[in-house]
Design a binder for this molecule. Sequence first.
Ligand SMILES: [Zn+2]
Length: 311
Amino acid sequence: MNNTILDFEIDLESDYEKKFYRDLEAILLNLHNSIFNLYNIKDVNICFNFSWLETANASCKLSNDGVYNIQINRGIVNLGLSIIDEYYDVEHPIRVGDTVFSFETIAIIFVCFIYGHELFHALAGHLKYIKDKRSNGVEPEFEPLEYDADNLSVMAVYYFAKQRFGSVLDEYQLKELILIGLFWPIRLLTENNEYIGSLDKNTHPDLHVRLYTCIQKVCHLECSSNIDQIDKVKLKENIDKLFNPIIDLELRYLKHHEIDYSDSSLLKYFKMIALKQNGHNVLIEDEILELDARLILLRIELKPFSHLTII
Ligand SMILES: [Zn+2]
């Protein structure tokens, strides 16, 4: 089997759920094919399936026969759906430009990001690197790999959304849509111990850093071919502008939980202070620079997959 997403047969509870998962599967298959086309990838074998586990998790594993097995738990799909459902106010629907997006569409963007993240663990050589390191008795570095997978995934999802919604949304609105899709689940993960237990803090960057990374990456997109000539001031302005829809979502979140604006942990973080577990305050942008530097060093070992980043 080559580059194929597996079909699935399962007793879904309702017609609504059946339709949702059928649509989701078709969209993931499209995303998968667009990523393979984008990088002209031919000889990587991927198996994908939904698992019906309720834990909010997804994984990609490299089997001994060289096949990458991606699994997305129903729990993480439900996380996206239920959180968005909880905050999606039908009287004030989420609108990008003149287009109102259903919460299912927004949840699907989140699941696309998850799928892309797991797929790039395979395509960018992360799992081979981990396997090689462990076979030499060395504990691999995980954080820069997670950072890399986030960056590559958010980029792929952006270009995918552009294919689907490019006729109704301009470049800025597309970026806004992606960030809305990522905001709710990541926001709740930052606060909710029930979910955060499913993430290994030793392998993944802080969730605030991950959300900020996605915003920064989305801002850079379609500027990267001219990376040396980017006007730094203009880029900062674009990042600030893209924070506005995030702040709007944050205000909905605070209102729902009756939290005072000044107590918002997200806004504190986004004032660029990331609280490290060891008690030191570190600028969130410095944290990202450090991850960048570690990733550049790792790229030498991730060859021949490093071409994936040149977009
Ligand atoms: Zn990961």
